[in-house]
Write a protein that binds this ligand. Structure first.
Ligand code: ADP
Ligand code: MG
Length: 387
């Protein structure tokens, strides 16, 4: 898809850009505890300033559901944002006139019932603050809201720097990727990622299925998974996905050996066994070393990797071993230049950080829901509106 970027912005002297950003930052004891999302705002604000313009930022915070909830005011984010941007940051409520600051934050868009209804009148009130619209919140792009969709039809619309980077990386990974392409889909349940699996089997050359969801696939193939997390009612769905993969020429990789324990807790007594040798009182908590070695070879032979979902219960040592080992293999190949690596998902990002490879991957998406919907092959309304 084609969209305008900040390079296409006209001279902005004396003008204002209304910029949708992600300020939904984690807070601890009244202070911002992770600056990642604030740092992501800086390149766009700087690019607008470089063209002579000012920025009015639109963002949501938490889930006030269309009502004013004082604890969810964006006012609390202002000091950290001003520090991160190195600029004066003002704060207004909808209807207030713009102060002279270089950057102005408008109060939580979700305080208004029209935001989540994609209301045109609310969008017009947002749009009235500026001359152009910039969307830099990929993480909110899967929602058609007044600040992400309706407003893009009221002003000349551009993708911000962070949004543009995300879209380019995603395009390189699944749009027109270098082949072979391998996808890793792991995590707890098949049911939460059915649409992802169905989309990927038609697009990738290798699909690695890991985590709890692999158990459902093993079960569907007649393997007893003992006490493992397993959605037995989805066995037929799993079989249909396997059939679709075979038809599309997508090779599916399931664990051949596994790490099992009798308890779901860190440092539980465990053993490695063949996937078919799980006892009735055992549960699969990780992929085994032989599986990791096979998967590392698949990565070595591939040019592009898309990853969502850990291979095991990575929060509990030692069941993080397969995820960490494969993440390191992917990181090494990326640094060597033979593999382009794109990953996303709340737990996936945590797992990759735990493996120490966050800086090695080509691109790690900060978006949770939007990343998954993109992996499902769906058009994101906030992105479509920029076209
Ligand atoms: P993401 O947030 O990256 O999309 P998910 O939420 O789908 O990932 O999956 C992460 C969760 O899956 C983790 O909490 C992890 O403990 C769990 N998980 C992975 N493998 C297993 C397993 N074999 N048994 C139970 N839970 C698992
Ligand atoms: Mg999760």
């Amino acid at each position: 898809m084609t969209f305008k970027t900040l390079d296409d912005l006209p001279d902005m002297t004396g003008k204002v850009a209304v910029v949708r950003v992600d300020l939904n930052v984690p807070m601890q004891d009244g202070a911002v505890s992770d600056f990642t999302r604030l740092e992501a705002v800086k390149p766009t604000v700087d690019a607008i300033a470089a063209k002579g313009g000012r920025s009015v930022l639109l963002a949501h915070f938490d889930r006030p559901k269309g009502k004013v909830v004082p604890e969810m005011s964006l006012r609390q984010v202002i000091p950290a944002l001003a520090k991160t941007l190195g600029r004066s940051v003002g704060f207004i409520e909808l209807g207030d006139t713009l102060p002279a600051d270089e950057v102005v934050v408008l109060e939580n868009t979700r305080f208004h019932p029209g935001e989540e209804k994609n209301d045109g009148e609310l969008a017009a009130q947002f749009a009235a603050y500026g001359d152009v619209y910039v969307n830099d919140a990929f993480s909110a792009a899967h929602r058609a809201h007044a600040s992400t969709e309706a407003i893009a039809r009221l002003l000349p619309a551009y993708a911000g720097a962070t949004m543009g980077g995300e879209l380019r990386a995603l395009e390189a990974a699944l749009g027109a990727p270098k082949r072979p392409v391998v996808a890793v889909v792991g995590g707890a349940k098949v049911s939460s990622k059915l649409a992802v699996l169905e989309n990927l089997v038609a697009k990738v050359d290798h699909l690695i299925i890991g985590g709890g969801m692999a158990n459902t696939f093993l079960y569907a193939q007649g393997i007893d998974t003992g006490k493992s997390l397993c959605e037995k009612d989805l066995a037929d769905t799993a079989k249909a996905i396997l059939a679709k993969a075979a038809e599309a020429g997508c090779k599916i990789h399931l664990p051949t050996d596994v790490v099992v324990a009798k308890e779901f807790k860190a440092h539980a007594d465990n053993r490695v066994c063949a996937a078919g040798d799980v006892a009735a009182d055992e549960m699969i908590l990780d992929a085994g070393p032989a599986t990791v070695a096979e998967l590392a070879d698949v990565l070595k032979a591939s040019k592009t990797l898309v990853w969502n979902g850990p291979l095991g219960a990575f929060e509990m040592a030692p069941f993080d071993a397969a995820t960490v080992a494969l993440a390191k293999a992917a990181g090494d190949l990326t640094v060597k230049g033979s593999l382009l690596t794109v990953a996303g998902g709340g737990d996936t990002v945590a797992a990759l950080a735990h493996a120490g490879v966050k800086d090695q991957f080509t691109h790690i998406s900060t978006a949770g829901g939007a990343f998954l919907e993109w992996m499902e092959g769906r058009e994101l309304p906030g992105v479509a509106a920029l076209g």
